[in-house]
Design a binder for this molecule. Structure first.
Ligand code: TRP
Length: 352
């Protein structure tokens, strides 16, 4: 029996941070041992909100950094296929075909799109952004992905993909597996400012590539219980991002329990709680830093990996597109016209 195929990935907009790690990367590291794994560098998706020349110029470097971060987080290069979306133009062809299998009101109900439009400062919904989930369906279906591990904000996109796959199979015959969503076990990570999810553009992120000193600086500046004006005032642990991070990243959970007890009793200062968090986070990030250093010593290796992966993916996608066109009857439409043209070529072109 062949192993199921997994597809996941990110837009190449910058370095990965802790939110990506708990939201999806840790899941990928775990799952890529179990599935044949494709990792998309979704630069066409990036264009739905960032499409200046400067944004596009950064894709090549961002792609390399992002793949390096994923490898540093523990994905083994020989077990994964990394590819650049825009270098597989057949994805766009499939996107065009799938657009007819979903309605505008259906897409308008996808909550993440409004959020993305707002975050990008768009007053009106760009056509491409509305089509974001359809393009994602094209990504997933063109490699016949069966499992898609993504963070919460992407769950609705996978649902749209499932609907499109079913609709296609119903109209034209079984071509696509209906992919399964694997949602991340961890809820969205709050940012260091305690005001909603961690995001680079909101400036509340700790990057996987941050130095130990940077991590310490960011942790010192973290939002905590604002009612706690002095160390002897009992503090609140619930909804406090410092403790949310302690829960997730501190390997010494006995220390965390003790800190919580003292915090709630007004027996520990924020400084100590934060220093211990910075130490725990740096310990957590150290193995990632070590692996990254090895890849950064030979960055050409990561580029090679992306090129090989893109070629492999493109061959697979071409195959799928052929199947799709056959199932839809598009290949036979053109061959019929060609046959007729050939037959008529035997006769004079225009009546005299
Ligand atoms: N939408 C994903 C993101 O938030 C990126 C992405 C594009 C993706 N195509 C995909 C994820 C296919 C999983 C499968 O950046």
């Amino acid at each position: 029996m062949s192993v199921a195929r997994m597809l996941t990935g990110d837009r190449p907009t910058g370095r990965l941070h802790l939110g990506h790690l708990v939201g999806s990367i840790a899941n990928r590291v775990r799952l890529h041992h179990r599935y044949e794994s494709f990792f998309i560098i979704a630069d066409l998706h990036m264009l739905t909100t960032k499409n200046t020349r400067e944004d596009i110029e950064r894709v090549a470097d961002n792609a390399r950094e992002m793949v390096t971060d994923v490898l540093a987080a523990g994905v083994e290069p020989q077990r994964a296929t990394f590819y650049l979306q825009s270098a597989v133009p057949e994805v766009g062809d499939l996107n065009t075909l799938l657009q007819n299998l979903v309605t505008v009101p259906r897409l308008e109900r996808v909550p993440s799109l409004k959020e993305m439009a707002r975050d990008a400062g768009k007053e009106e919904m760009p056509y491409g952004l509305l089509g974001y989930p359809v393009l994602q369906a094209a990504d997933i279906l063109c490699v016949k992905g069966q499992v898609v591990p993504v963070g919460r904000d992407n769950a609705a996109h996978v649902e749209v993909t499932r609907e499109i796959a079913r609709r296609f199979n119903h109209l034209y015959g079984e071509v696509f597996p209906v992919p399964e969503l694997i949602s991340s076990p961890t809820p969205t990570l709050v940012g260091t400012d305690g005001r909603g999810k961690m995001s680079k553009s909101r400036g509340n992120a700790i990057a996987l590539a941050d130095s130990p000193a940077e991590v310490r600086r960011k942790v010192r500046g973290m939002y905590t219980d604002p009612n706690r004006v002095r160390a002897d005032v009992p503090g609140s642990v619930a909804g406090n991002p410092v403790f949310a991070y302690h829960d997730l990243f501190n390997a010494d959970q006995a220390e965390v329990a003790e800190l919580k007890r003292r915090y709630q009793a007004g027996q520990v200062g924020d400084v100590e709680v934060k220093e211990k968090l910075a130490t725990a986070l740096n310990r957590y990030l150290d193995p990632i830093r070590e692996r990254r250093a090895r890849y950064e010593a030979d960055p050409g290796l990561v580029d090679q990996l992306i090129v090989e992966g893109t070629e492999r993916t493109r061959a697979q996608v071409r195959q799928t597109l052929l199947e799709v066109r056959r199932a839809m009857g598009l290949t036979s439409a053109y061959s019929r016209i060609r046959r007729r043209a050939e037959r008529s070529r035997a006769r004079p072109v225009a009546p005299a």
